[in-house]
Write a protein that binds this ligand. Structure first.
Ligand SMILES: [Mn+2]
Length: 396
């Protein structure tokens, strides 16, 4: 059987609303031309409660597929829910669609309408000419609850079938940021193929010696450098065990890096403008300007008229400018060395920067900034973030 794997459409994503719809449409259409079975491992929608016109986009995408002739059929559904169609289009909700247990999410609505089969917490067996493919789905669940779910649920590959585990989680080997993220080794064994959503650039790897395929999103979301790679979907052939990645047409995305070190503001603005102009084309690309290095003494990022550049290219490109790569730490160390902070403790100085940042983000929660600063500055990074979250939003 040929299996099309398409993920993370993020329908309704405000920034690139039309791209999200058109690129998902193209990916699904192209995949359905060749695949017997389609898998969508989550984040069809960008929101757990999409507006009716966004739900309509989802319905129309899958309605077109439902009208095609499919040789493969859902033959069996093992789980607490139900398959409302025999169409071989098997999906799970992702993190963006997650709601409390027992509540309907927008993906379960598509399933209820008989357009797709929701494989959350279930095994869906698809059959074509006597060949059976069994998909065990895990709907996106909170990372810290995944281990408990894996140990309390049944993972029994179906006999005489090609078994797939489909999920939507962060994986530690690919994102080593939290111990809550599961590692390859902890995933259930006995599957012939592992399919994951959630990660927005494509990845091919091995889990328990079997292929792991992550197709990435069909729309640009994070504006990370890796997203400059072409987007698309996987086509996996069970007879050869091989996967091919097929490209789709997407809005062009370019990253422009500018070293700010020792430059006058005027000079810097000219350079940014010139580099952005080089990337402009008729296709209205998304251009991410990443500022790096150390600003000249006395110049602050906020002093640069960056919005002017964004306005200048309006209608010809979508320009995003990020100062996250600017080395502020060294500049602060210089101020210390120059004795500018005499009489001010490091803690007070840190608190000052923290307050300024909160203001920039429009912080408006009840917790006093000083209490938050204490929580964040007295523990290891992971614990600090966890206890600050608890302070702000209560126990999750
Ligand atoms: Mn996603």
């Amino acid at each position: 059987m040929k299996i099309g794997i398409v993920s993370d459409f993020h329908l309704g994503y405000e920034r690139f609303r039309q791209d999200a719809y058109l690129q998902a449409k193209e990916a699904l259409e192209k995949a359905s031309e060749e695949a017997d079975l389609l898998l969508v491992p989550g984040d069809i929608f960008d929101n757990r409660a999409p507006k009716p016109d966004v739900i309509a986009e989802g319905i129309s995408l899958f309605k077109e597929l439902a009208e095609k002739e499919w040789k493969a059929k859902v033959a069996e559904y093992i789980g607490p829910g139900k398959a409302y169609t025999s169409l071989p289009i098997v999906v799970i909700p992702g993190t963006h669609e997650r709601r409390a247990v027992g509540e309907l999410n927008p993906v379960s609505l598509l399933a209820l309408a008989g357009l797709v089969v929701d494989a959350s917490d279930a095994v869906v067996v698809v059959e074509k000419d006597g060949e059976r493919v069994a998909v065990r789905g895990i709907g996106g669940i909170a990372e810290e609850r995944l281990r408990e779910y894996l140990s309390s649920s049944e993972f029994k590959p179906v006999e005489n079938a090609f078994n797939i585990l489909m999920f939507h989680q962060s994986l530690y080997e690919l994102m080593p940021f939290s111990k809550d993220y599961i590692s390859f080794e902890e995933l259930p064994k006995g599957y012939d193929l592992y399919v994951c959503g959630h990660i927005h650039n494509r990845i091919e790897d091995k889990v328990h010696g079997k292929p792991l395929l992550i197709p990435g999103s069909t729309v640009l979301t994070q504006l990370k450098e890796a997203e400059q790679e072409p987007k698309g979907f996987y086509l996996f052939d069970t007879s050869t065990g091989k996967a091919e990645f097929r490209h789709i047409n997407t809005r062009r995305f370019a990253v422009v890096k500018v070293d700010v070190s020792d430059k006058e503001p005027g000079e810097l603005m000219d350079e940014i403008e010139r580099k952005v102009a080089e990337k402009i084309g008729e296709d209205k690309p998304v251009i991410s300007v990443v500022l790096q290095g150390r600003l000249r003494k006395g110049i602050r990022l906020g002093d640069l008229p960056l919005v002017k550049i964004q306005r200048e290219f309006e209608g010809r490109a979508s320009v995003e400018i990020s100062g996250n790569g600017i080395d502020e730490a060294t500049a602060i160390a210089d101020e210390f060395a120059a004795g500018k902070l005499e009489g001010v403790s490091v803690k007070e100085f840190g608190m000052g920067i923290f307050l300024k940042k909160l203001q920039e983000f429009g912080y408006a929660l009840d917790t006093p900034p000083a209490a938050l600063f204490e929580k964040l500055s007295t523990q290891t990074k992971e614990k600090a973030v966890a206890s600050a979250m608890e302070l702000l939003f209560g126990k999750q």
